[in-house]
Design a binder for this molecule. Sequence first.
Ligand code: FAD
Length: 345
Amino acid sequence: GALHIHTIDKHPQTDISDYSGIMVFAEYRHGKIAPVSYELLGIGRKLADKRCVQLIVILPGGKVTEYTDSLIAAGADTVLLAEHPFLEQFREDVYANILETVIRQYKPEVVLAGATAIGRSVIPYVATAVDAGLTADCTRLEIREEDGTLLQTRPAFGGNIMATIECPQTRPQMATVRPNVMAPAQPDPSRSGEVVHLPLTEELLQSQVEVVETVSSADDQVNIQEAEILVAGGRGLESAKGFTLLRELAVELGGSVAASRAAVDSGWIPYAHQVGQTGKTVSPKLYIACGISGAVQHAVGMQSAEIVVAINRDKNAPVFDIATYGVVGDLFEVIPELIKRLQEV
Ligand code: FAD
C-alpha cells in the first residue's frame, strides 16, 4: 500500500524562494567518512541536478581537510569544513549549533543526514532550532522540479505501507536516510569544487557535554552493514547455542552473523546484529536466512540483498517469497551438512 501525507504548516514562511541548494551532513568517525555520507552525496547530486542548484557538504571533525577531494569527487560543489580538535569527539549540542549556523547562512532547500546513531541524535535538534519539519528514516527521495518540494518516502505502520511525506511550505526540508538503501556516488576525480573553512567561534564550540571516557563496546566491532556475506538466524535457532552453529557457517563463508528481532529479544545475540525495521538495513551480496519466517519488519531490512537463500522447515514461510533459493528442511540438519561441504572445497 501507499499513503501520501501532505503536511500543512500553520505558520508558513513568507518567502521560501530564498532557499536554494541541497545540503548533506557528512559524518566522520574513527578516522573515516561514514559510507552513508557517500550514499547521501549520490542522491544529493541527483536532487541538485534536477533543481539546477548546488550540492553543499558540511563536514565537522577534528582533522577533516584530507577528505575534501573525495567529497568533491563524489559530487559536492562546495565543502564546508568545520575543523577543530574539539570536534574530533561527537557532541550533539556543538554539532547541532554548527549545522544550525550553516543552514541559516546558506539557506539550503533540502538538508540530508544519515539515519545513523549520530544523524538520529543531532538532526532533530537542528530541525527544531531552524523550525523545519523532519522525516526520519527515508528509503526514497525525489524532488519536484517545479517547486522544489521534496517527496520523502519511508515505511510506515510497521512497514505495511510506504508513506510519502511532503512539507511544501517550509524550508529547509529535512530528512534522515537509512544507510545502505541508496546507491553511493560514483567518484569522478576530475570534478572541481569550492572549499570553505568555517570560522569557529568560541561560542560555537561551547558544550554542555563533558566526555569523561570513550568506551567502545564489543558491539561496535560488528558491522553487518558492511559485510558482503551475512548468515542470519531467527527464532528457529532455538538458543544462543544455535548461533554458535551459525557462526561456524559464517566463518566458512567469510561472512558475518545477523539476526531477526525474535533472536535478539530472546537474548541469543546482541542488538547490533539485528536486521529490519527497528534494526539495521543491509544489502550484502549473499544473505542466508536460517529459521527466519520473513516477517515484513525483517524483510524491509534485507530485501535489497543480491542473493537471498532461505532455510526453513515450513514450506509456506513468507521468507520463500523473497528468497532467490530456498531449502525446505530442518536447519540443524542443513547447516552442518553445508559446513561439511564447504570444508571439503
Ligand atoms: P518467527 O516468525 O517465529 O519464525 C521462526 C521461523 O523459523 C519459522 O518460519 C519456522 O518455520 C522456522 N523454524 C523453526 N524451527 C526450525 C528448524 N529447526 N529448521 C528450519 N526452520 C525452522 N523483526 C525483525 O527481524 N527485525 C526488526 O527490526 C523488527 N522490527 C519490528 C518492529 C515492529 C514495530 C514490530 C511490530 C515487529 C518488528 N519485528 C522485527 C518483529 C517481526 O514482526 C517478527 O516477529 C520477527 O521478525 C520474527 O522473527 P523470526 O522470523 O526469527 O521468528
